[in-house]
Design a binder for this molecule. Structure first.
Ligand SMILES: Cc1ncc(C[n+]2csc(CCOP(=O)(O)OP(=O)(O)O)c2C)c(N)n1
Length: 373
């Protein structure tokens, strides 16, 4: 069985290319959003097919993760459905040596970076630690405390600049996380030190039940960029080519020493906040239906069909790969050995503190009492 991820291209002739148009809005000198500007992208048909494959597989593995959660193989899952263009498009703009700093929402970004989906889902199985090797993939563990990953990204980017390493850090967070002090601190420090970091805010309209109108009185999160001394960009987060183009321009600028960029990708979370949430309590079916009609995976498939890049054979090939992947997820995640709760004390400090030792002893006591019972 061969399931590959990352940028591997499905079959088809290489070398052809089409004129690809991307659109985004820059924050203008007066602090408002400029009119949408068009940009030609340098992506050939092989790259477009790779991007399609990642988008379609992302949707498939996300659906399977929800199913597996309902069947008890995962404890909880935070879906990326509706946000594939934002996540996959942004990750596609990175080079191999760059780093990704994702949150719990960004499982398909992590998958698109090349991490095995079974390893990605260790987080949702309840593992205390990251299921993959961050150094191998240059992907930091997915964080649950919102916005903390933005600080980690700025820190890595500052260190890279000091060392003269030509690498870029991309961090993904939500519009709710954008209200956190950590996000402001990370963006301000990155601006002051001209750190090579790209902040991608996925504005999916809700922070659990809180709508974006309660996060900002302005028309765009991107408008915060000038206050941190960096360019700001607003892009249609359901248009994978525009997300790719906007993030790639930011990555190129960062690598060339031009400092950080804040990109707001306007999108929508199609599923509940997590499998533990009932989204019908705070948003209505008409709104969801409107965004479903703007599905990023279907939209991209249509664009590629219009360009003559996607045909029935490629659709079937990717569908078959998706089924193979879904079957492997089921086989690997069911019956996975239960973790040892004592694992949470590992790798916290080289020398555990007295407080941690005390807590560990308490847990040992509880576990042996359970064993006796
Ligand atoms: C520091 C911190 N505060 C509160 C929470 C609880 N919490 C979990 S998800 C969430 C909403 C985050 O919304 P957003 O940043 O928009 O991201 P989304 O989940 O929509 O992708 C909150 C408040 C948390 N995980 N971490």
């Amino acid at each position: 069985m061969s399931v590959t991820t990352g940028r591997a291209a499905p079959s088809g002739a290489a070398g052809e290319s089409s004129r690809i148009n991307a659109t985004w809005q820059e924050v203008a000198a007066d602090g408002g959003l400029a009119a949408p500007a068009h940009h030609d992208l340098a992506l050939d048909h092989t790259q477009l097919r790779s991007l399609y494959r990642l988008m379609a597989l992302s949707r498939r593995v996300d659906r399977q993760a929800i199913n597996l959660t309902r069947q008890g193989a995962l404890g909880v899952f935070a879906s990326s459905q509706g946000q594939e263009a934002a996540q996959v498009g942004a990750v596609f703009a990175l080079d191999d040596e760059d780093w990704l700093f994702p949150s719990y929402r960004d499982s398909v970004a992590t998958f698109a970076r090349g991490v095995d989906i079974v390893e990605v889902l260790a987080l949702f199985q309840g593992s205390w630690h990251c299921g993959f090797d961050p150094y191998r993939y240059r992907v930091a563990p997915q964080t649950t405390p919102v916005a903390t990953q933005a600080l980690h990204a700025t820190g890595l980017a500052m260190a890279a600049r000091m060392r003269g390493d030509p690498i870029v850090a991309l961090t993904l967070f939500g519009e709710g996380a954008a209200s956190e002090g950590d996000a402001h601190e990370a963006m301000n420090m990155a601006g002051v030190y001209q750190a090579p970091v790209v902040f991608l805010v996925q504005n999916n309209q809700y922070a659990i039940s809180v709508p974006v109108s309660r996060q900002t009185r302005t028309e765009s999160i991107a408008l915060r960029a000038p206050g941190c001394g960096m360019p700001g960009v607003r892009v249609d987060g359901n248009d994978v080519l525009s997300v790719y183009g906007a993030v790639r321009a930011a990555v190129d600028r960062a690598r060339a020493g031009g400092g950080p960029t804040l990109v707001e990708a306007v999108t929508y979370r199609l599923e509940a906040h997590t499998t533990a949430d009932d989204e019908t309590r705070y948003r209505n079916a008409d709104e969801v239906a409107t965004w479903r009609a703007n599905d990023p995976v279907q939209r991209f498939a249509q664009t590629l069909r219009d360009l003559g890049v996607l045909d029935d054979a490629l659709t079937a090939e990717v569908e078959a790969e998706g089924e193979e992947l879904a079957a492997r997820m089921r086989d690997s995640l069911f019956g996975a050995p239960a973790g040892d709760p004592r694992e949470m004390f590992e790798h916290v400090y080289a020398t555990p503190t007295p407080a941690l030792n005390e807590q560990r002893a308490l847990l040992d006591g509880e576990l042996s009492a359970e064993g006796d019972a």
